[in-house]
Design a protein around this ligand. Structure first.
Ligand code: SF4
Length: 144
């Protein structure tokens, strides 16, 4: 099987961020045979652009996977199921390709590895997709 790594699609210049901003493509410090862009929020069915989403309280990715806490939009819409769906689809891709590493956009409610947003405040925590990949033994590497 070819060596594959997953990368948050927005880090590769894809137009998938909530505000449709295109980021300058980041350097991914590995040279695998296959770099696979993934955007869990789009795969969970959310449109681009979309209003920002954040954790309602200190319960972040790990707790969301365990059925506690919620992710809500700025307008208060419950988006928890879309985030879970995106995480499951991302894991499926990783497993199909045998990917062992994922480079993920720090502070996103899906992809954040060490920090996320609760309202306007940065808090220690992990995104839903990052938490699921980590649970399944995939190394998650934060990228700013
Ligand atoms: S951080 Fe993750 S979910 Fe957010 S736009 Fe980038 S790839 Fe998509």
């Amino acid at each position: 099987m070819r060596e594959a790594v997953l990368v948050s699609a927005c880090l590769l210049g894809h137009r998938c961020r909530y505000n449709a901003e295109v980021l300058a493509p980041r350097e991914i410090p590995v040279d695998p045979e296959l770099i696979v862009p993934v955007c869990p929020e789009e795969m969970g069915g959310l449109p681009t652009p979309r209003s920002p989403s954040f954790f309602e309280d200190e319960q972040t990715g790990e707790e969301i996977l365990s059925g506690q806490g919620r992710i809500v939009s700025e307008e208060g819409e419950d988006r928890t199921e879309a985030f879970l769906e995106g995480a499951r689809k991302t894991l499926e891709i990783a497993q199909q390709l045998g990917a062992r590493k994922a480079f993920l956009k720090e502070r996103s409610p899906s992809c954040g590895c060490n920090e996320v947003y609760m309202g306007d405040t940065r808090v220690p925590g992990i995104g839903v997709t990052a938490a699921l990949l980590r649970r399944e033994g995939i190394e998650i590497i934060p990228v700013d």
